[in-house]
Every structure is written in C-alpha cells, then in structure tokens.
Design a protein around this ligand. Structure first.
Ligand code: ADP
Length: 351
C-alpha cells in the first residue's frame, strides 16, 4: 500500500510540476503579451503621431499643390496674355513696316520735290537777278534822263545871270570899281552854283574807287571850307582837336563841303555852323550842327534819296553822294533835328 501511496504521491507531484510549468509558461506568455501590448500601444502612439505628422505634411503638400496649381493657372493666363500681346505686336510690326515703307516712298517723293524746288528757286533767283539788273539799269537811265533835264534847266539860271551881268558891264564901260566888284561877285556866285551842280551830277554818275591813305580830319575840314564862299553873317566854329584816319581825303572833303553848304543854306546866310570831332576808341564822329530852319519829319525820311530836294536850284544828289562815300569808308551818316545835326561815324582804321 505504501508503495501505491508513494506512487500516487509521485504521480501528483508530476502533475503539479506540469501545472506549475504550464502556469509558468502562461505567466511568461502573459508577460510577453503585456510586453507586446505595451509595445503595440507604443507603436500605435508612434504611428498615431507619425500619422498626425504625415497628415500635416499632407495638408502642407496639398496647400503647396494648390498654390502651385494657382501659380500654374496664373502663368497660363499670363502666357495667354503674352500670346495676345505677341500677336498684337506682330500685327503692329506688320503695320509699322507698311507705314515705314509708305513713309520711305513719301520721303523719296519729298526729296525729289525738294530737288525740283531747289532747281526752280535757282532758276527764279537767276531770273530775279537779271530782272533786278534790268530794273537798276532802267532806273539809272531814268535818273540820268531826269538829271540831264534838271541840270539843263538849272544851268540856265546862273548862265542868264552871267549873260545879263556881262551885258551890263559891256554897256557901262567906265563902271566904278565898287560896282564892278559887285558884278564880279555875281559872276563868282553864278559860276560856283554851276560848278557845284555839275560836280554833284558827275560825282553821282561816276562812282570812283577809293584811294585811301592816312589823313588828318582837321586838314580835310579846312580844305572843304576853303572851297566854299562863306557869307559874312555866317560864323563857323571849327573843332580844336584832331584825329588821324585812313580814308580817301578827296572824297571826304566833298562830303564835308556838301554838308557845310547845306548848313549855310539852311541858315539863310545868317547863323552859325559848329563842327565837332569826337574821338571814340576805334571810331571817330564828325558832327555838323547848324542854327538853320531845321528839317521837318516828312522831309527827314527822304533827304538821303537821290534827286530829293526842297530847293529851287538843288540837284537832290548831295546827301545821297555823301551817304555813298561814307558807306564806302565803312561808316554811317545820320541826322537829327532841331537843331539840325549831321553825324558821320567813321572807323579810324589806324593803330
Ligand atoms: P540839295 O542840296 O541839292 O537839295 P541834298 O541831297 O544835299 O540836295 O539835300 C537834300 C535836301 O535835304 C535839301 O533839299 C534840304 O531840304 C534837306 N537838307 C539838307 N541839309 C539840311 C540842313 N542842314 N538843314 C535843313 N535841311 C537840310
């Protein structure tokens, strides 16, 4: 019995051992399960946060895709606009090419017209020159005709004075010396008038070349006065200074005596004539002032015109000749009135 009991106790102990092993295994399996569950929970948490990250990345990506899509749409729009602009540009280029072609043609036509016009202008200028020359010639002839007629008429007066005086002197053989001198003075005046008129005409008709040299203005004024008969009641005031200029002294003498004669005539042989020399740096002014009747403004505009005169026996050439001579010297002549002052400005042309 004992043996059986022992055997039974042996069997129980094996079962127990087996149960305990199984329990151990179960514990281990449970631990492993717990471990696995913990691991799984960890993995789940990790994958959950990863998923969160991924979904955030996904959202970002979606946003980016969206903005890329928008960008692409706007680029497409821009592209379309560019295509339209390009087409417009092409159209404009074609149009511009056409316009520039037309312009080129027009320019060629204008250049051609310009050439034609320039030829016509040259032709007209030549014709104008010829016509002007013809007119100047015709005017010269007309002036010469009028001059000859006037000269013939004007010479008759002093000639008849001479003839009458000669007749009187021939009739009165034993004339007293006083009376004889009076008649001789009439001769002189008549001759002076004739020679002045003839000189005027000759000076006007033949415009001679300048013969320039250094000369003193004071000496030219002196010789201009020496050829004029100064009436006793006319007082001449001469300049006290002198200036040397390069000039044609014979021509200037004619100018000065002409102006002096006009001044004396304007005073009606009773008054004063003042002559001044004013030295400026490069030029010199010669002024002739008289106490005569003065020049009305209507006359003033014409006094330098050839043949203009207000005198019965004038030629109307004196001042026109003066102007020509002064201009030949590169100078100017002007007048103001009252009092009447003729101003001649000449370049000195000397160092
Ligand atoms: P003419 O002495 O033969 O008339 P001019 O050409 O010398 O010719 O003068 C033209 C005109 O200018 C004169 O007729 C006169 O009317 C006017 N004139 C010239 N000098 C004077 C002057 N000093 N005072 C007033 N008038 C003047």
């Amino acid at each position: 019995m004992m043996t059986l009991q022992s055997k039974e106790s042996d069997v129980k102990s094996t079962d127990e051992w087996m149960v305990s092993d199984e329990l151990k295994e179960l514990d281990a399996a449970e631990n492993e399960l717990v471990e696995k569950e913990r691991h799984l929970t960890m993995l789940t948490n990790e994958s959950f946060s990863k998923m969160k990250e991924i979904s955030k990345i996904n959202r970002d990506l979606q946003n980016r895709i969206k903005s890329l899509q928008e960008l692409s749409a706007s680029l497409n729009r821009k592209n379309d606009e560019l295509k339209i602009a390009n087409k417009e540009l092409e159209r404009k280029t074609i149009h511009n090419n056409q316009v520039s072609l037309e312009l080129k043609e027009k320019l060629e036509r204008v250049t051609q017209k310009e050439k034609e016009l320039s030829m016509q202008r040259d032709f007209l200028a030549k014709r104008l020159d010829e016509t002007t020359q013809d007119l100047v010639k015709a005017e010269k002839f007309a002036i010469i005709g009028e001059l000859s007629a006037r000269l013939a008429h004007d010479l008759r007066n002093p000639l008849s004075v001479i003839k009458n005086t000669m007749d009187v002197m021939a009739d009165k053989q034993n004339m007293k010396i006083d009376e004889r001198l009076k008649h001789i003075a009439r001769f002189k005046r008549a001759v002076q008038r004739m020679s002045h008129q003839i000189d005027d005409v000759l000076d006007f008709v033949k415009k001679t070349e300048m013969v320039s040299h250094k000369a003193s203005l004071r000496s030219i004024i002196d010789s201009a006065i020496s050829v004029i008969l100064i009436p006793p009641n006319v007082k001449i005031f001469l300049p006290q200074n002198d200036v040397t200029v390069i000039c044609d002294s014979r021509k200037l003498e004619a100018v000065f005596s002409n102006i002096m004669l006009n001044a004396i005539q304007a005073t009606d042989d009773n008054g004063e004539v003042k002559i001044r020399i004013i030295d400026t740096n490069t030029h010199v002014k010669i002024e002739f002032e008289d106490t005569g009747s003065g020049i009305p403004s209507t006359v003033m505009q014409k006094i330098f015109d050839p043949l203009f005169t207000t005198k019965q026996t004038g030629t109307g050439l004196g001042l026109s000749i003066c102007k020509n001579i002064v201009e030949q010297h590169g100078g100017t002549i002007s007048v103001k009135s009252p009092p009447t002052i003729f101003v001649i400005t000449l370049p000195k042309n000397v160092l």
